[in-house]
Design a protein around this ligand. Structure first.
Ligand code: THU
Length: 132
């Protein structure tokens, strides 16, 4: 059985696509949007924001995680990110680490190969427990 069959992934993908439309990507021209559900029912989203100093670019996931904390914290339960055509893309390596910290092993992600758990997308993650 597919993971979390009843969840409305299409609606979350539409939220990510709406966020993507706000992206500031004048250098790569690669717009990204991300959206997630929080364990208290809130929805958070983000878009990538680039910079003339290229390496300073903020991924869409950075904005999403910032909004998570700004709006009250909690744990991410469902996540998707999209590119400029609204197609599902994979979070980059650094952002997998951000998502792992804020959703944990059981966070569900819509990926290019279907719904996966965070611990499939970032196996054996370094995390808060390693610092205990
Ligand atoms: N980007 C994201 O926003 N999230 C990712 O997970 C992958 C990459 C952005 C960063 C940069 O603005 C553009 O996509 C091209 O790398």
């Amino acid at each position: 059985m597919a993971l979390d069959e009843g969840f409305d992934w299409a609606a979350l993908q539409a939220e990510a696509t709406e966020a993507m439309r706000h992206a500031y990507a004048p250098y790569s021209h690669y717009k990204v949007g991300a959206a997630a559900l929080v364990d208290d029912g809130r929805h958070v989203s983000g878009c990538n924001v680039e910079n003339a100093a290229y390496g300073v670019a903020l991924c869409a996931e950075c904005g999403l995680v910032s909004e998570l904390h700004r709006s009250g914290g909690g744990r991410l339960t469902h996540f998707v990110c999209v590119g400029g055509d609204g197609e599902v893309i994979m979070p980059c390596g650094r952002c997998r680490q951000l998502l792992s910290e804020n959703g944990g092993a059981s966070l569900l992600l819509m990926t290019v190969s279907g719904v996966k758990r965070m611990d499939e997308v970032l196996p054996d993650a370094f995390g808060p427990d390693d610092l205990a």
